[in-house]
Design a protein around this ligand. Structure first.
Ligand code: GLN
Ligand code: ZN
Length: 772
């Protein structure tokens, strides 16, 4: 039995790559220094896996920004607008690469970056390839070969990892009409063959080709492409051993197709879909080897050896050990580096830490599982097995995880209201009696500029350099200023500004029971940007109010309405590492109950408008279409659990942004928030297309300006957008607000933009008062 790994994190143990890239971009280091950092990271990763005893160690899993963009560069799929970057002789391959990733504003050029989007259902973002009709490809970069040779220089005959041709095309976007991206497959394949041949001639024995789409819903055309592509590769390179990987979903209806492809090994994700093993074993052809993805590449929990070994034994019984590989379920890109770097007992207690594993630990687990499933496991492995069993058992019964009170609440969940007392039309009348808002009411999404000062107070407070009292006083002062600024600008529904929050999920997690925080649990989100998700390890509950203090304080400063500001259950779930011992749905419901307590406390404290943000609701959508309905049902219900217990005259808002919402608009309506503020200015209100045939029943504030740039939008352009909106949504339902929170902006442009926005709303009021 052999082991392999699909990919190792690339940001460096201490985010060295992030730091080096950012220094390079700002001109603080030269390219050679950046390359040195990358070489060190790559070599360290390779050696670590070699020492752990992994047989096929991945190479070319490293990337300066994103592995899909790497492929785009390698294949010479450079969009026309970057050709001027190449013309400048001072620029080399890496400069072109970063120009595509980040845009290029130099030497009189102003070229936008390529689009970025989420990598399947992860929080990793890739750069979307752009395709044109009849496009040709050519081998432009030798990155793959170079990294393969680099590994050999330290004595490792590594396994190159390449994004497969069909998945590469499916990840991209057609930039003009009149063709389908899969039409490009023949042009593309010739370059792939060139790469594979070159790798083989340099001595590569195994090559991993990632085809994640093989585990998703496929069109007939895509299926045909798979058959044709792999037949051709087999014909041209009959001796090359291909490990074809699928992950994040099960093969299901594509199983016959996957098993028919002429490759050496097929890798399957047995974390997401352990039940698929049975079907695979029943149908696997005689020469195919199977790679069992039994160690979770997407989460931070220790592997349960006992249950992994069951799967391995089952496969071994039928296939024999020679036809089995043991591996993580997916690339380890999505987990942090090394649990040993977590040393702070206050944030991550030892009892919780013993249940966890990061990339380095997971690699060891893979090697241990191999040994444990052999005829004669070493004494050392058996000791490790014993320890593993203990940790798993400890987790199963730990009182840190299992909270009887939360369990009681969950048992009584059916008694919690999931609908408001009255329908929206009635609620709206009651709310308006109290709120007395004008037509086209104005508001913002919650956060106001987190200036250098605000951030420095927080860091001083965290380091113990200023007292809690002093920190609170500073934040109070900032909140007060913010209320005054909003009053002066003339906004109708104010917010307190969220200065006390570092991050919209972390802030809540830190105050809820069942969450732990890490010091070094960084994972790459996009480019040099990393996130450190909280760890939901146990039953979630709210020991005391979370936000009432700040909302109440802000409301005491003004006679206008201040909107309470909460993060919703699905977003908290989606942006955390979650428990693997209960369903996501149950965890979402526990969070929903905690948020509901907070909503009710805000109401009691006199807050009449409460916003529950759910920007991540769309991200949670399962990868397979058939699973969407079940997810949407519980996700919407979790929101309704958190929001439905208030009185009719309390106004509930929600907010969403930066996702494709058109296809789930009916489910969004089903959340029954009184008001939704939703991002759409970047697409010039493309979202409104959804309202052509769907009558959104409640109030809605389509964002009228993009908050990503310091640019101040004019009143006129916002009026135009609002007029466009008023064509498909009754004016009595429309709110006026920016696309998203303003925390990344400066005060100067924020005030100017909001003045324009308020004037745009006034203009609309005039226009429509005349009509009414
Ligand atoms: N209330 C949050 C803010 O204004 C919402 C952020 C978000 O949508 N991601 O910052
Ligand atoms: Zn937002």
């Amino acid at each position: 039995m052999q082991t392999h790994n699909l990919g190792y994190p690339r940001i460096g143990k201490k985010r060295e790559l992030k730091k080096a890239c950012e220094q390079y971009w700002s001109g603080k280091i030269i390219q050679k220094e950046l390359l040195d950092v990358s070489r060190r990271i790559i070599n360290e990763n390779l050696k670590l896996q070699q020492e752990a005893g992994i047989d096929f160690i991945p190479v070319n899993d490293f990337s300066f920004y994103d592995h899909v963009l790497d492929m785009t560069l390698t294949l010479g799929a450079i969009p026309q607008r970057y050709h001027d970057v190449i013309l400048n002789k001072a620029n080399n391959e890496l400069d072109l690469y970063f120009a595509m990733a980040r845009g290029y504003q130099k030497d009189g050029l102003d070229i936008t970056a390529m689009e970025m989007t989420k990598w399947f259902d992860t929080n990793y973002h890739y750069i979307v390839p752009e395709f044109s009709k009849g496009q040709s490809f050519k081998l432009l970069s030798n990155k793959i070969i170079n990294e393969f040779i680099g590994a050999r220089q330290i004595g490792i005959n590594a396994k190159p990892v390449i994004l497969g041709p069909v998945s590469y095309l499916l990840l991209g976007k057609e930039k003009e009409e009149g063709f389908e991206k899969l039409d490009l497959i023949d042009n593309l394949l010739s370059v792939y063959l060139e790469i594979l041949k070159s790798l083989q001639s340099h001595g590569a024995e195994y090559i991993q080709i990632d085809e994640p789409f093989l585990a998703l819903d496929l069109t007939d055309k895509a299926k045909e492409a798979y058959t044709a592509v792999y037949a051709k590769i087999q014909k041209e390179l009959p001796n090359l051993k291909i490990i074809l990987t699928t992950y994040f979903e099960g093969l299901e209806d594509n199983l016959p197709l996957a098993l028919s492809l002429p490759v050496d090994t097929l890798h399957v994700d047995l974390i997401r879909k352990p039940e698929q093993l049975e079907n695979i074993l029943a149908a696997i052809p005689e020469n195919l080897k199977l790679s069992l993805g039994v160690v979770d590449g997407r989460n931070i929990w220790k592997n349960d050896f006992e249950s992994s070994l069951q799967l391995i034994r089952k496969a071994k019984e039928q296939l024999g050990e020679k036809r089995i590989l043991i591996a993580p379920s997916s690339s380890l890109l999505h987990v942090p580096y090394d649990l040993d770097l977590e040393t702070k007992e206050e944030s991550l207690p030892a009892e919780i830490k013993q249940w966890m594993a990061y990339a380095k630990q997971k690699i060891k687990e893979v090697a241990l599982l191999r040994d444990l499933s052999s005829e004669n496991p070493s004494a050392e492995s058996l000791v490790a097995f014993g320890e593993n069993k203990k940790a798993i058992e400890n987790k199963r019964i730990s009182t840190l995880i299992h909270d009887a009170k939360v369990q009681q609440q969950m048992d009584a969940l059916d008694a919690v209201p999931v609908s408001r007392q009255s329908a929206f039309t009635q609620r709206k009348v009651q709310q308006q009696e109290i709120l007395k808002l004008p037509l086209f009411p104005t508001t913002t999404i919650g956060s106001f500029p987190q200036t250098k000062e605000v951030r420095s107070w927080r860091s001083q407070f965290k380091k113990g350099e200023i007292s809690a009292e002093r920190y609170t006083d500073l934040l109070k002062e900032e909140t007060k200023n913010t209320i005054q600024r909003q009053e002066k600008i003339g906004i109708d529904v104010l917010v307190h500004g969220e200065f006390e929050r570092n991050d919209m999920v972390e802030y809540f997690g830190e105050q809820l029971k069942g969450f732990a925080f890490t010091e070094n649990g960084w994972v790459q989100s996009y480019g040099s940007r990393c996130v450190k998700p909280p760890v939901i390890y146990g039953d979630v509950s709210r020991p005391e109010p979370l936000t009432v203090f700040w909302s109440q304080y802000a409301q005491s400063l003004t006679s206008k309405w201040v909107k309470g500001m909460l993060t919703g259950p699905v977003t908290i779930l989606q942006w955390s590492f979650v428990r693997n011992d209960q369903s996501r749905k149950d965890t979402a419901n526990q969070i929903a109950l905690a948020i509901r307590d907070e909503v009710l406390d805000l109401e009691k404290a006199g807050i009449r408008i409460i916003q529950i943000d759910e920007p991540a609701i769309r991200e949670g959508l399962p990868l397979r279409k058939k699973d969407a309905a079940v997810y949407l049902k519980w996700a919407v219900l979790a929101f309704r659990i958190s929001a439905s217990s208030v009185k009719d005259d309390t106004q509930i808002h929600t907010h969403m942004c930066y996702s494709e919402f058109n296809d789930i608009i009916n489910h969004i309506a089903d959340m029954d928030a009184d008001v939704i503020t939703i991002e759409c200015s970047r697409s010039q209100m493309e979202l409104l297309d959804a309202f052509a045939d769907f009558e959104y029943p409640n109030d809605i504030g389509p964002g009228v300006y993009d908050i990503h740039a310091p640019r101040v939008p004019s009143k006129e352009e916002m009026v135009k957008l609002l007029e466009k909106a008023a064509k498909v949504i009754p004016s009595s339902q429309l709110w006026v607000n920016p696309d998203c929170g303003l925390k990344t902006r400066g005060w100067d442009e924020t005030e100017k933009a909001l003045i324009e926005m308020v004037n745009a709303a006034k203009e609309m009021q005039k226009e429509f008062a005349a009509i009414v």
